[in-house]
Design a protein around this ligand. Structure first.
Ligand code: NAI
Ligand code: A1CAB
Length: 273
């Protein structure tokens, strides 16, 4: 089912970076704005979204009462407060889709009435350009149709995979936080280009197109990244010299340590810290 055919009203509670990304994707994919509601605490932000999308920004209680599906897009630390606020108006058959890092479906289920279905999602910001990667996991009493509805929400802004919930912390470390690592690499390469004497604009164009082209090669050829890397690495050439430095500086080990740290932080968020 495409998102534009989806029935019912959808509310987004928490319309910061990720909430707006989802909202804009739903609008782009053809969802009627009058079938969308937003709950957002910051008054200025609410006004901005009303002006930008023509969407109704209402109280969280109103959003949770009127919607069939409620996307929870507040920070993990704010989730308990939001659930406590909306729980009294939630009813069996409604679907809660949480995009918050770390927060488990069991935590959400323990704060809402029985019969409210929960799906946990880990999205990422490339959803803003319809190239998102989202991983979804159903809670303990979520129907196939409700899981499909959650998938349809996320499919409006990119690709979706189903995963067991026990993998969500690792997924958060890889694709949820992943865009930040890539942007960090891009920043580092642009700075290096400037150090090597290139104008910043030239360095930026070279690095960004190299990233886009490499990503497209990975996706379109399906060739293993090791093979693609070897194709660039001429014996005794420039790439081999560069890669030796990356190994000397333990970049591979740094990536592993970074992603373990992100996974561990996701686990801590589940404990409320
Ligand atoms: N930014 C990212 O790349 C990703 C974020 N996420 C998850 O998405 C969630 C939101 O993250 P961001 O959008 O980055 O944060 P953000 O801080 O930009 O947005 C959170 C929004 O929630 C609003 N809010 C806070 N308390 C509220 C309440 N009681 N009622 C209504 N609105 C309330 C805030 O005013 C803010 O606009 C987090 O749980 C995060 O783990 C998941 C994957 C990627
Ligand atoms: O940094 C965070 O906690 C959120 C979750 C994944 C990406 N951003």
């Amino acid at each position: 089912m495409s998102s534009s055919q989806s029935a019912g009203r959808t509310a987004i509670i928490g319309a910061g970076v990720m909430g707006e990304t989802l909202l804009s994707g739903l609008v782009r994919s053809g969802r009627r704005v009058d079938a969308l509601l937003v709950g957002e605490k910051r008054h200025e932000r609410a006004t901005e979204l009303e002006e930008r999308y023509g969407v109704a920004v209402v109280s969280n209680l109103d959003a949770a009462t009127r919607a069939d599906t409620v996307a929870l897009v507040v920070k993990p630390q704010d989730m308990g407060e939001v659930l406590a606020e909306i729980a009294p108006v939630l009813r069996p058959g409604q679907l809660l889709v949480s995009l918050a890092a770390g927060i488990t479906t069991a935590f959400i289920e323990s704060h809402v009435p029985d019969g409210v279905a929960v799906v946990r999602v880990m999205p990422n910001t490339p959803a803003l350009v319809d190239e998102g990667m989202a991983a979804v996991s159903p809670g303990s009493h979520c129907s196939e149709a409700q899981l499909a509805e959650a998938e349809s929400l996320m499919a409006s802004v990119g690709r979706v995979v189903r995963i067991p919930e026990r993998q969500q912390d690792a997924v958060t470390a890889i694709s949820g936080s992943g865009p930040a690592y890539i942007f960090f690499v891009v920043e580092s390469m642009i700075e290096a280009g400037v150090h090597l004497g290139l104008p910043r604009s030239t360095a930026s164009e070279l690095v960004i197109q190299t990233l886009v082209g490499s990503g497209k090669m990975l996706q379109e050829t399906g060739t293993h990244p090791t093979v693609l890397r070897e194709q660039v690495t001429s014996p005794g050439g420039t790439t081999a010299s560069a890669l030796r430095e990356l190994e000397v500086h333990k970049v591979r080990a740094a990536f592993l340590a970074a992603m373990e740290a992100a996974r561990d932080r996701s686990r801590q968020l589940a404990e409320g810290s």
